[in-house]
Ligand binder design. Structure first.
Ligand SMILES: [Ca+2]
Length: 193
């Protein structure tokens, strides 16, 4: 395990830009129940019963650690996803990796979100989502943990969309470190509304 000390050096490896799947998959979006977290919101139903076929899987991974102490959203990674003419699609997006979140005073946390063409993906929670936390100041920069986030889009029409992963911290005294991560976008063709 490497501890990143120097300048943020990003070398994103495009593992599989176009992995076409021939196996049909059914995607069902059920009830999304908000869990307790920073400023937890009431439960809400955000999607239901949309079936489709996975048409394309795009993957990015990174094995060089990076850190941020930015208190505003900054980009971590992005991919371009194309929905062909006469297709409707939903994007299923996952990000997982090794994380540490430490520093500051009191209850601080490290945020991560996904956006599609500049709009936050579902569930839309703003800064409420804690990808990692300082555990009320008890964690150190060596508190490496594995964490993940999963998000989904609305139904998207034909077009070219930039899908972004962004991160920030709740206080500039906090250091958010990510390493050995994977970012996946599945494009699911919508068969019926
Ligand atoms: Ca932690």
């Amino acid at each position: 395990m490497r501890v990143f000390r120097g300048r943020y050096r990003r070398q994103i490896a495009l593992i599989a830009a176009a992995l076409l799947l021939t196996v049909s998959a059914t995607v069902l979006l059920g009830r999304d129940v908000a869990q307790a977290g920073p400023g937890a919101a009431p439960s809400a139903v955000l999607g239901s019963g949309i079936g489709g076929t996975v048409q394309r899987v795009q993957v990015l991974s990174e094995t060089t650690a990076a850190t941020t102490s930015s208190a505003v959203w900054v980009n971590l990674a992005s991919m371009v996803v194309v929905v062909p003419a006469e297709e409707r699609a939903m994007f299923l997006m996952r990000f997982s990796g090794e994380s540490s979140c430490a520093g500051g005073v009191g209850a601080q946390w490290c945020r991560l979100r996904m956006r599609i063409a500049g709009a936050e993906a579902n569930p839309v929670v703003g800064g409420d989502f804690a990808f990692d936390s300082t555990d009320n100041g008890s964690e150190s920069f060596a508190s490496w943990e594995s964490h993940a986030i999963e998000r989904y889009s609305r139904i998207m029409g034909p077009g070219t969309y930039r899908v972004e992963v962004q991160w920030q911290v709740t206080d500039p005294a906090v250091r958010f470190r990510l390493d050995d991560w994977t970012f996946v976008v599945e494009r699911v063709q919508i068969i019926s509304p």
